[in-house]
Design a protein around this ligand. Structure first.
Ligand SMILES: [Zn+2]
Length: 571
């Protein structure tokens, strides 16, 4: 059955049979809410309401909302206070509005070397290799692990692709290329095949997180990615800078098993030198790795690493509120909205303003979520399924709060129909289109298209799909566990009464001047009229799913479809 949902406007015969109708409930087949009732709840959302939330959440007293600081206390306090004011119930079944997230911060010092045919090749850390151990242990070493080249390190059944064919890499140091396998289109060999790894768009398989996770699952002793600026998406200096400072992880006894002892990047030059010393042609093997017939190649070399970590424990919190559904059978199912609360805190090294207020990133996302929560509380008749309003911590540290929730869910993930994530919204005016990051992946988007059409708007694909933004915010952690997700990141396009390039100019200006800086603060030229329309739209999407008959699903050929199917089957 094709699962196209329409607006929350009809009751499903099956449901009506299953549900024992509570007193006063409409008879089977009666619409739950009229379009006017839905529109009326949507009109609760206003610019001034959203602006008030952004002002409060990005005020200097929130100190940039860094996890584990007084900024966390005040931010969590604000969100919980708002959830209570709106009459949401605690989103944690323990009766609270929070989920404790145990974290560690670790700073490492490392050494690295290859040995080939009696020749010792030490690597300078971090100029030639960046090396970390995420297992939460103070001392980790890998001694002379045999090295195997595994192409792009991808195991993608939907593309009939397996870079680990016929090889057991347990205890070995695996060497992987950055990005997705660039598979040539048989019809046009100078272009990429859109049917395999989505052509030029980046998939999950191209992200470093995937490669390291796969290495851990396969039992590798070390996972080494060969850095190349094009496919990685950034220069080696960026890897050095971001991995060289304190890194964060989830704390806990089962964490060590989720990581290979060593995760590393090596420069292209050093990788080529290694392959040459092994008597292998790097470029020829790289070309072979872009074909389906590729098989892993033992290098005849070994890799050795030693990492010493300074570790500190810290505790943070996810915040979650719930609006319980009214249908006795369906209320245990949920529709989730998410927007991370954390930011970059205070930078004491700066002269003048030191607070990274995070007004757009992600005060705007939280404001949108709070505004929608208010609309749901004012919706006559309520929803059949329950609504979850989820503000994870530590998104800026590889989505650790969302990852923790996805691995320790408070509400069953197989009964969570959707996650609608917001991370930096459009504060630059009304638009004729909304951009769905990860366009074409789920049937949730069909709902989005239907709802957008009611506003006279259209849905457009991500103009920068090669950057893989779908894999870089909280919903992705839920998607990895199978939950169908939509993601909105400065989603405005085709601004009304503005030049064609206006949106791109505003986005580029924000990225260059304000993103992750003290100047991501309130702006005199903001226009929240588009953000209000977007909030009303996403309210409509969540409502349609909460009232609808069909379960949103991943479309064929997407990375998360098999996981979802397995979870629903096990249910
Ligand atoms: Zn963000």
């Amino acid at each position: 059955m094709r699962t196209v949902l329409r607006s929350g406007f009809f009751v499903i015969p099956l449901l009506a049979v299953l549900a024992s109708a509570p007193a006063g409930a409409p008879p089977p087949g009666t619409p739950v809410q009229s379009p006017e009732q839905i529109a009326s709840a949507g009109r609760v959302i206003t610019s001034s309401m959203m602006l008030d939330h952004v002002k409060a959440l990005s005020a200097d007293d929130k100190e940039g909302r860094a996890p584990g600081t007084v900024g966390e206390e005040r931010t969590v306090g604000y969100l919980v206070g708002q959830f209570k004011r709106l009459g949401l119930t605690p989103g944690n079944p323990d009766g609270t509005y929070v989920q404790a997230v145990p974290l560690i911060g670790f700073t490492g010092k490392a050494t690295a070397a290859f040995d080939v045919k009696g020749v010792h090749m030490p690597l300078t850390v971090p100029d030639e290799a960046v090396v970390v151990s995420r297992q939460g242990l103070p001392d980790v070493s890998v001694g002379k692990a045999p090295m195997v080249f595994v192409g792009y390190g991808a195991v993608a059944p939907e593309f009939e692709w397996d870079d680990f064919q016929g090889v057991d890499v347990r205890g070995k140091a695996i060497v992987m290329l950055a990005g997705d396998p660039p598979v040539a289109d048989p019809a046009n060999p100078s272009a990429l095949d859109p049917k395999v790894f989505k052509g030029t768009a980046l998939t999950y398989y191209g992200r470093w997180t995937y490669k390291y996770e796969t290495a851990a699952k396969k039992g590798a002793a070390a996972a080494i990615i060969v850095h190349e600026t094009g496919p990685a998406g950034y220069a080696f200096d960026v890897v050095k800078a971001s991995w060289g400072r304190e890194n964060f992880g989830v704390a806990g006894p089962d964490e060590a098993a989720k990581h290979a002892p060593v995760d590393a990047w090596v420069t292209l030059d050093r990788a080529k030198a290694l392959f040459t010393a092994c008597g292998l042609d790097f470029d020829a093997l790289k070309a072979r790795a872009a074909t389906r017939g590729f098989k892993p190649v033992p290098l005849g070399a070994t890799a050795s690493f030693a990492v010493k970590n300074t570790i500190r424990s810290m505790s943070s919190r996810n915040v979650i509120g719930r609006l319980e559904g009214r249908d006795p059978v369906l209320k245990h199912e949920s529709v989730m909205y998410s927007a991370h609360w954390d930011g970059f805190g205070v930078n004491r090294a700066l002269q003048g303003d030191q607070v990274l207020n995070g007004a757009l990133d992600n005060g705007s996302g939280m404001a949108t979520m709070l505004a929608m929560a208010e609309a749901f509380t004012r919706l006559e008749g309520g929803t059949k399924r329950s609504m979850l309003f989820f503000a994870p911590t530590a998104e800026e540290s590889v989505m650790l709060g969302a990852k923790y929730y996805a691995e320790h869910p408070l509400w069953p993930l197989e009964e969570t129909l959707a996650d609608i994530n917001m991370d930096i919204m459009n504060f630059w005016g009304r638009t004729k289109a909304i951009v769905s990051i990860g366009y074409g992946m789920t049937t949730l988007e069909d709902v989005l298209v239907t709802e957008a059409a009611k506003q006279g708007r259209i849905v457009l694909p991500d103009p920068e799909a090669e950057k893989g933004y779908f894999y870089r915010s909280d919903h992705f952690e839920l998607a990895k566990q199978g939950v169908p997700a939509l993601h909105f990141l400065h989603p405005g396009a085709e601004y009304r009464d503005k030049p064609q390039d206006y949106g791109q100019r505003m986005r580029d200006r924000y990225t260059a001047e304000d993103y992750h800086k003290v100047s991501d603060d309130l702006k005199a030229d903001w226009d929240l009229s588009g953000a209000v329309e977007d909030a009303q739209l996403l309210f409509g999407v969540g409502l349609a799913v909460a009232q609808g008959s069909a379960y949103p699903e991943w479309k064929p050929g997407t990375e998360f479809r098999a996981v979802r199917a397995a979870r629903l089957k096990a249910k």
